[in-house]
Ligand binder design. Sequence first.
Ligand SMILES: NC(=O)c1ccc[n+]([C@@H]2O[C@H](COP(=O)([O-])OP(=O)(O)OC[C@H]3O[C@@H](n4cnc5c(N)ncnc54)[C@H](O)[C@@H]3O)[C@@H](O)[C@H]2O)c1
Ligand SMILES: [Zn+2]
Ligand SMILES: [Zn+2]
Length: 399
Amino acid sequence: MRALTWQGKHDVRVETVPDPQIVNPRDAIIRITSTAICGSDLHLYDHVIPRMKSGDVLGHEFMGEVVEVGAGNAKLKVGQRVVVPFTISCGDCFFCQKQQYSCCDNSNPADKQDVSEVGFGYPMAAAFGYSHLTGGYAGGQAEFARVPYSDVGPVVIPDGIDDDKVLFLSDILPTGWMAAENCDIEPGDVVAVWGCGPVGLFAIQSAFLLGAHRVIAIDHYPRRLALAKQLGAEILDFEAVNVREALAEMTGGIGPDACIDAVGLESHGMSPDNILDHIKTATFMATDRLHALRQVILATRKGGRVSIPGVYGGVADKFPIGALMEKGLTLKSGQTHVQKYTAQLLQMILDGKIDTTFLISHRLDLEDAAEGYRNFKEKQNEFTKVVLKPRSGRRDSLH
Ligand SMILES: NC(=O)c1ccc[n+]([C@@H]2O[C@H](COP(=O)([O-])OP(=O)(O)OC[C@H]3O[C@@H](n4cnc5c(N)ncnc54)[C@H](O)[C@@H]3O)[C@@H](O)[C@H]2O)c1
Ligand SMILES: [Zn+2]
Ligand SMILES: [Zn+2]
């Protein structure tokens, strides 16, 4: 089959690789009809997440048609259309039973767990196409994918619903939702969101749905800020204003009740702390650039809440621990427990309460995926979300 493979920093190529096979009875094979490039993929593209190997198949946002089901899966049937959550979760372990699916203890094979166990204290769960830190599973920017524990993750999609409407159930929609849920929003709350990429935009939408009175969105790309405004947010360009001061002014000197970091470890901006972070990461003295998170913690009101969906992978310094503690902030974070939210969010899509299609700026043939990565990285203003269509899975024409 054809698949997008990682070859090194800023080098991804579509190549012919072996077709996936059923390995375990609970596996299924999916013929992929739509798959997307995520901001998280850019961390792999930039090689700031470790344990990548040349030839790894990328992609963790995908959906398609079930073409083969293992003997141990009584749930899925050949021919069904499914969206596949990016987190691979067994459904049975201590964590899955608590619906903390992205903490699953079984999906990441023991011999792959060494680095995350040393770095994070306990091993990470597995995810599709996201380095050998998360199990080294082949991803879904491909014609076919093997889905382990396929009786737990995949969401069956009713007939007649376009891929574009449901594809983002695989990651960024539940991620935006969990980011807002982690803010414990109360009536009258002002929520500020750093980053108007897909995750930030869905966090804005979710914050309103969960009862936020006002949402303030921060970025520097006009087109992304315009999308935030379209969703009802007030907007701030971090290159034009002092973000903390502007937020204080907009909230009567109090600060936002809750703040969301939808930026992660590759923060943009020419502030002194970010320049220093660049130098430190380039010289292996730190791994993550947390300029946005520093701002988030300083800007949040006393007694407020901080939610971090943005990905961080290692260690960093100048973390404002004093502000966090002295202001009595609550902090919630994590890879998304996708399976916890898919049924509810699918119903909201079907009921017309959530529309995710506004986000898609480009639809490309899977064969052009390398160009899609380059543009999603270098032209973020225009490329808000790229959806890839493998030829073998194509039902509709590209438009
Ligand atoms: N927790 C999860 O399960 C999960 C799932 C998906 C994505 N993510 C992470 O969420 C983050 C966002 O994902 P995305 O797909 O929206 O990425 P993206 O790269 O498309 O968007 C990031 C946005 O942040 C903006 N930004 C950069 N520096 C900023 C700053 N200092 N202040 C304000 N805005 C700034 C950028 O201009 C960009 O628009 C990434 O770190 C991604 O890895 C986490
Ligand atoms: Zn993603
Ligand atoms: Zn589990």
